[in-house]
Design a protein around this ligand. Structure first.
Ligand SMILES: [Zn+2]
Length: 93
């Protein structure tokens, strides 16, 4: 029986997810999922990849941000239509 974190790693190796989608998938809450991801980051190191969040209204990209939850508002156009960031893990070769 894999642990929740092992389960998360296998999901993230297969595809990329936002914290919200991942939390729903493993039936956890945002806070615990972010906490688990912090631990996973220590385990997998640089294999953990983050694709930046983006504003769907003006296409502003949140490049300089390392928090894993979705930003609430775009600093450029003030829209709340933000998607991402998406997290994935590159498979160990
Ligand atoms: Zn925007």
């Amino acid at each position: 029986m894999p642990t929740r974190r092992e389960q998360m790693i296998s999901y993230l190796e297969a595809s990329e997810y936002t914290v919200k989608d991942l939390a729903a998938l493993i039936k956890s809450n945002m806070r615990d999922t972010i906490d688990d991801l912090d631990h996973i980051k220590h385990t997998v190191g640089k294999r953990l990849k983050t694709r930046s969040a983006e504003c769907t209204s003006c296409h502003f990209v949140f490049r300089k941000r390392d928090r894993m939850n979705t930003p609430s508002r775009c600093p450029k156009c003030k829209s709340e239509r933000i998607v991402g960031p998406w997290i994935s893990i590159k498979k160990a070769s």
